[in-house]
Structures are given as structure tokens and as C-alpha cells.
Design a binder for this molecule. Structure first.
Ligand SMILES: C[S@@+](CC[C@H](N)C(=O)[O-])C[C@H]1O[C@@H](n2cnc3c(N)ncnc32)[C@H](O)[C@@H]1O
Length: 210
């Protein structure tokens, strides 16, 4: 019989279900399997932007791995992210970090792989000490205060921010075309929709900017 997670999870951790659900709805194979067989998900979301964002992040990571196939990647606020299985090139070392309650669920329901680790971490309380080649922070930084988020940028990073400050956890949003103090490689605005406002993605080098 399929194991079930019975623990209550916090409202912040529940946000991880939205991307999983929307990916499943758009036919991402592993996600469809996870939603259908492992979770009871009752959501009324229709956020195509989340899936467009996921695809853009996938493209960025695939390109990155072509340049550095044995990269060490830190996926911060990973939630129920399944990107590892979409981009795996047989060499990448992948680390998913999230709150313990999320990692517990991943441990029950997600496939295992020696090159894909799931590690509990509360980024408001601790700092991950690892030399990453790339950090991914998809849909995660809005849940941190800006000054806390900036402390965690220790390598090249791809992250996004939502312009609309639409819920009580979101403490910062992007302003203008630059994020002060960081070298922006490029950024990309997505088409907004009524629910989520426009989203912007940032591809950033860790060295301080001018
Ligand atoms: C909107 S979800 C995004 C999940 C995933 N990156 C994706 O795109 O599918 C936000 C995630 O951030 C995690 N999170 C929020 N605050 C956190 C913190 N202080 N430390 C670690 N994870 C946190 C939540 O548990 C959740 O999994």
C-alpha cells in the first residue's frame, strides 16, 4: 500500500503544492504521477505562469549543464521540484533544500538517486555551506526578507520575483531593472496574468556589482 504523509504542514510549506499541481496539469510526467498517486491536492489554481517559469528555468539549467556537466547545483526552497529528473545528464550533483516538513514528504514519495539529495534547511535560521556552481531559487525568494535572501547568494544563481505583492509572506519585490549590489547577467519578464501579476526572472553572478 502507498505510504501516506499524515502530518499537518505549515501554510508556507503548502505553497509547494501549487507548482507541482500546475506541472501535473500541464502533463509533466513525473509530476502527474506524484499528484495522482501520492497526494491529496485540493487546489483551484490555474497559473500557467508557474509552468512557463519552470520551463525557462529548465532551459537555463540545461544550457548551464552543457557548459559544466559535473556541476554541483543547490536548489533552494525546492518544494516538490522534479527538475533533476528532467535535466539529469548522468553527472550533475543536485541538492534540494527545503523545510523539514517538505523534505519528510519528499523522502516518502520521491524517487531516490545517489546524485540527488534532499536536505532539510530553514533559510531564515541557517546558511548552507557548500560550494555550488549554480543555485536555483524558483518561487522561493519572495518568502524571505530581501537582506536574508541576499546572504544566500554565494554563486551564480537563477531566481525569480513576483511583482505583485499578493500575500502576507512576500516581503520584497523587484523594482526597476537592476538589483543593486549584484551583477545581473540578464533578466526576463514573463507575461502576467490576473492571478499572479507579472513575474521576472534574474540570472545573476555572485560577485558584487558596481
Ligand atoms: C512556491 S514554493 C516553490 C517550490 C519549488 N521551488 C517549485 O518551484 O516547485 C516555495 C517553497 O519555499 C519553501 N520555503 C519557504 N520558506 C522557507 C525557508 N525559510 N526555508 C526553506 N524553505 C522555505 C516552502 O516550503 C516551499 O517549498
Amino acid at each position: 500500500m502507498m505510504k501516506q504523509s499524515t502530518k499537518e504542514i505549515s501554510d508556507i510549506a503548502k505553497t509547494a503544492f501549487t507548482p507541482l499541481y500546475t506541472r501535473a496539469k500541464m502533463g509533466f510526467e513525473l509530476d502527474t504521477h506524484l499528484v495522482a498517486h501520492s497526494f491529496e491536492v485540493i487546489l483551484a489554481v490555474n497559473d500557467q505562469n508557474v509552468v512557463i517559469r519552470t520551463k525557462k528555468f529548465d532551459e537555463f539549467v540545461i544550457d548551464f549543464l552543457e557548459l559544466k556537466p559535473d556541476a554541483v547545483i543547490g536548489n533552494f526552497g525546492a518544494g516538490f521540484c522534479t527538475r533533476f529528473w528532467r535535466v539529469d545528464n548522468g553527472q550533475v550533483l543536485w541538492m534540494n533544500f527545503d523545510l523539514e516538513e517538505i523534505i519528510d514528504i519528499r523522502n516518502i514519495h520521491f524517487p531516490k538517486d545517489d546524485r540527488c539529495k534532499d536536505i532539510p534547511c530553514d533559510f531564515t535560521k541557517e546558511k548552507v555551506k557548500w560550494d555550488f556552481d549554480l543555485i536555483i531559487a524558483e518561487g522561493f525568494f519572495p518568502y524571505l526578507k530581501k537582506e536574508v535572501a541576499l546572504e544566500h547568494i554565494t554563486s551564480e544563481i537563477i531566481f525569480d520575483l513576483s511583482k505583485k505583492v499578493s500575500n502576507k509572506w512576500i516581503k520584497w519585490s523587484y523594482e526597476g531593472e537592476e538589483i543593486k549590489g549584484l551583477n545581473v547577467i540578464s533578466n526576463d519578464r514573463l507575461i502576467g496574468n490576473r492571478m499572479s501579476g507579472s513575474r521576472k526572472m534574474w540570472f545573476i553572478h555572485a560577485e558584487p556589482g558596481q
